[in-house]
Design a protein around this ligand. Structure first.
Ligand SMILES: Nc1nc2c(ncn2[C@@H]2O[C@H](COP(=O)(O)OP(=O)(O)OP(=O)(O)O)[C@@H](O)[C@H]2O)c(=O)[nH]1
Ligand SMILES: [Mg+2]
Length: 355
């Protein structure tokens, strides 16, 4: 899973990136024109528990890649191209909006208005998509005039529909598309066809004193924002585990930004994790909810999908209750499943295959 972090200048994107990746980006505050790219491990107590039992050579958590994109949102086409390049292949967008007022941090917008910032950013994304769609339509119109290719005609019709939609200021996620149409669009990597996760960056003071609620602030987009004091979260991410716990308690924060953001991103993208165990490796694998075991097999290795015979499956909770695979087998809770079986979050799977 890859997530892009976007927003206006000095909104706290790089601070958030550092908090998420527990790194210290050299680009922080330098208004760099290059993106920061980093990886975060997804905390998963199941992997810790299973590793204590299997004592594997390797312990692999699911990971999320974050791209901190320099502020590029404006209506010049050269920038549009760069911006799209930086966000290439990103699955969802974290949109950071500023709600802190600090005279020492220049505010290019000269206002504190997260709602307005958010809708301006979304409008910019729509505008960028519109430019890309119009360019493609022009090309297709020329080519279809010369030779009527069925696929190109279908693509052109789809893009015209999308053009109308974007011109009305609507994001592509709101458009009803068939799986086939979604596949056609995949190649264009249009940003407004991806889910958004708004992060409202509040000040330390607001975190302690303010009872401001941001619930429903983006209700027209049908999304709930995450509220964070990004600067504190950056400090927090640099601390030892013990200090982190004290710090969270002091500020009455439930969990670090990293965990909150990753959890919301999994929900946003409708992802679960299945698990594999063994002496070599204990590992967590993200997968789209409700996927078949065949798809899960393919996620591990294409050979496992090609040569799939059956899968041994046990839910994590059942495994914890039994304490070992042999006891699970005796109790009959280790099931054999065929390729149509739908994987649940926390399933421990072992694929039997033959290639
Ligand atoms: N007072 C205060 N300052 C903050 C907060 N969040 C970020 N800052 C400061 O704001 C400045 C800009 O933060 P960055 O994270 O670099 O902002 P950015 O969005 O990456 O900015 P660009 O890369 O220029 O687009 C830094 O000096 C941060 O320390 C906050 O919640 N409160
Ligand atoms: Mg930055």
């Amino acid at each position: 899973m890859k997530l892009g972090i976007i927003g206006f200048a000095s909104s706290g994107k790089t601070c958030l990136f550092n908090a998420l990746t527990e790194g210290k980006s050299s680009e922080a505050g330098s208004h760099s024109s290059r993106p920061n790219i980093g990886i975060a491990k997804v905390k998963d107590e199941r992997i810790d528990f299973l590793s204590r039992i299997y004592n594997p050579l390797k312990k692999t958590y699911a990971t999320v890649e974050f791209v901190d994109v320099p502020e590029m949102l404006n209506k010049e086409s050269a920038n549009t191209q760069n911006f799209s390049q930086f966000l290439h292949g990103v699955d969802a967008l974290i949109i950071v909006v500023r709600n802190f007022d600090d005279p020492s941090v220049p505010n290019p917008k000269n206002r504190v208005d997260p709602k307005l910032d958010f809708s301006e950013i979304v409008n910019d994304l729509i505008f960028n998509d519109l430019i890309l769609v119009e360019r493609r339509i022009e090309k297709l119109e020329r080519s279809v005039r010369l030779k009527k290719d069925r696929d190109e005609v279908q693509e052109l019709e789809l893009l015209r529909r999308i053009q109308v939609f974007l011109e009305e200021g609507k994001v592509i996620t709101k458009l009803d598309l068939t799986e086939e149409e979604k596949n056609i669009l995949k190649g264009f990597d249009l940003q407004s066809s991806k889910p958004f996760l708004p992060v409202i960056n509040i000040s330390e003071d607001q975190l302690i004193h303010s009872k401001d609620s941001f619930e429903n602030i983006f209700s027209e987009f049908e999304i709930e924002p995450i509220t964070l004091c990004v600067k504190l979260e950056e400090e927090l991410s640099q601390m030892s585990k013990e200090d982190q716990e004290l710090f969270l308690k002091d500020y009455n924060i439930d969990s670090p930004a990293k965990d909150t953001v990753i959890k919301s991103s999994f929900q946003l993208l409708d992802l679960d994790c299945f698990l594999t165990v063994g002496e070599d490796e204990v590992r967590s694998w993200p997968i789209v909810s409700n996927s078949s075991i065949l798809k899960a097999a393919g996620t591990i290795h294409s050979d496992l999908e090609r040569g799939f015979i059956r899968a041994e499956v046990i839910s994590y909770n059942d495994f914890v209750e039994c304490g070992s695979m042999s006891s699970a087998r005796k109790k009959g809770v280790l099931r054999l499943e065929g390729k149509k079986y739908k994987v649940s979050d926390g399933d421990i799977v072992n694929i039997r295959f033959n290639v």
